[in-house]
Design a protein around this ligand. Structure first.
Ligand code: NAD
Length: 340
C-alpha cells in the first residue's frame, strides 16, 4: 500500500510514519507537510539517514489546491491519512484564522483531490475536543453520536473539518473514516504542549506555568497506542464511520505537574499559577467501546510507564528540543492581557 501522510513532520504524524514503516514492510509512505513552526524534519532524521526507499518527503501546504491536486495526481497513493493541522489551542486564541484555513479549507482541498483521483481511503485524524467539555463531576462520556459542541477556535475548526469529511462520504461516496482521539503524549511532541512544556521548562531551569483551574483534566494516550488504533481502522474500519480512541486514564494538570516535578526531583516551588486561557475546557472523556468491540483495539502502554519513558526521552534529547523552545508562538502566562 502507498500512504500519503499529511502533517507527517509533526508530533503524531512522525510517530505514525515510523510506526507504519516498521509494522508494514511492503508499504511506502509519502510525507506531505508545509513545515510550519510545528513541523520538523528532525523528527524523522533516523528514517532519512537510513535512506529508506519506502519513504519520501514533499513540502506542500494542504490549502494550496494546485500543488495538492498535482501531488496526489502524480503520486497516486492508495490511502490518505490527514494529520496536517494547526493543533495548539492556545495559539488559536491569538491567531484563529490560520486554524480555520488549514483545518477546514485544507481538509476540504485534500478531500476534493482524493475524490478526483478515486483514492480508496481517506482517513481523517480528529480530536475528542469537538464534543465540547464535560463537568468535572459527571459520569457522562462522549460517544461517537454525542453532539458536536466545540468551544474554542481550534475545536471548532476540527469540528468543521469532520463535517466536511462526512459530507464527502454522504454526497460523493468518498471512502472515508474518522478517528477522534484523546490527548497524546510521547517523544517528539513540540514543547508548547503541556507535558513537554513542563518537562523542558524544568530541564531549562524555568518554573511550570499551571493554569489556575488546575483540577481540569484530560484523558491521556501514548502516541504508539494511537498509531495502532489508526492502523486497525485503516485495515478493518467501516467506511463512513467515526471511531473514538481513548484510554479512560484521566489526569489533572495538577497531577501532571506533580508527576513531572517528582520524576525530576523538584519541589512545589517550581510551580507558578497563571490565568486560564479563554475558553479553557474543563474535561473531555471518551467512550471508546466501539473501537474496542468492533476492531479489538486496546491501549497497551500503562500511563506511568509511558510518562516515565517520555520524561527520560526529553532528558536524553536536549539537542532535539532546545532549538524548538525559541520557536514557540505563545506564552501560557500571557492571558491576563486578553479580554476574557
Ligand atoms: P503538530 O502540530 O505536532 O503537527 C502538525 C503538522 O501539520 C506539522 O508538521 C505542521 O507543519 C503540519 N501542517 C500544519 N499546517 C499545514 C498545512 N497547511 N499544510 C501542510 N502541513 C501543515 O500536531 P499533532 O499533535 O501531531 O497533531 C496531529 C493531528 O492530530 C492534528 O490533526 C490534531 O488535531 C490531531 N490530534 C492531536 C492530539 C494531540 O494530543 N496532539 C489529539 C487528538 C487529535
Amino acid at each position: 500500500m502507498r500512504l500519503l501522510v499529511t502533517g507527517g513532520a509533526g508530533f503524531i504524524g512522525s510517530n505514525f510514519i515510523r510506526y507504519w514503516l516498521r509494522s508494514h514492510e511492503q508499504d511506502a509512505v509519502i510525507n506531505l507537510d508545509a513545515l510550519t513552526y510545528a513541523g520538523n524534519l528532525e523528527n524523522l532524521r533516523d528514517i532519512e539517514h537510513s535512506q529508506n526507499e519506502r519513504y519520501q518527503f514533499v513540502q506542500a501546504d494542504i490549502t494550496d489546491e494546485k500543488s495538492i491536486t498535482k501531488i496526489i495526481g502524480s503520486e497516486k497513493p492508495d490511502c490518505i491519512v490527514n494529520f496536517a493541522a494547526e493543533s495548539h489551542n492556545s495559539l488559536a486564541i491569538v491567531n484563529p484564522g490560520a486554524f480555520f484555513r488549514t483545518n477546514v479549507l485544507g481538509t476540504q482541498t485534500l478531500l476534493e483531490a482524493a475524490r478526483q483521483n478515486n483514492i480508496s481511503r481517506f482517513h481523517h485524524i480528529s480530536t475528542c475536543e469537538v464534543y465540547g467539555d464535560l463537568d468535572l463531576e459527571t459520569t457522562e462520556r462522549f460517544s461517537e453520536t454525542s453532539p458536536y459542541r466545540p468551544r474554542t477556535p481550534y475545536n471548532a475548526s476540527k469540528a468543521g473539518a469532520d463535517m466536511a469529511v462526512r459530507a464527502y462520504f454522504e454526497t460523493f461516496g468518498l471512502p472515508v473514516t474518522i478517528s477522534n482521539c484523546c490527548n497524546n503524549y510521547g517523544p517528539y511532541q513540540f514543547p508548547e504542549k503541556v507535558i513537554p512544556l513542563f518537562i523542558t521548562n524544568i530541564l531549562s531551569g524555568e518554573k511550570l506555568p499551571v493554569y489556575q483551574s488546575s483540577q481540569n483534566r484530560r484523558e491521556w494516550i501514548q502516541v504508539d497506542d494511537h498509531c495502532r488504533a489508526i492502523d486497525l481502522i485503516l485495515h478493518q474500519g467501516k467506511l463512513g464511520e467515526t471511531y473514538n480512541i481513548g484510554t479512560g486514564i484521566e489526569k489533572s494538570v495538577e497531577e501532571i505537574a506533580a508527576l513531572i516535578l517528582s520524576a525530576l526531583e523538584k519541589d512545589e516551588n517550581w510551580k507558578i499559577y497563571v490565568p486560564d486561557r479563554p475558553g479553557h475546557d474543563r474535561r473531555y472523556l471518551l467512550d471508546s467501546s466501539k473501537i474496542k468491540q468492533e476492531l479489538g483495539w486496546q491501549p497497551e502502554i500503562p500511563f506511568n510507564e509511558g510518562i516515565q519513558a517520555t520524561i527520560q526521552w526529553y532528558q536524553e534529547h536536549p539537542e532535539w528540543w532546545q532549538p524548538l523552545r525559541a520557536k514557540r508562538l505563545v506564552q501560557e502566562a500571557q492571558w491576563k492581557n486578553t479580554n476574557n
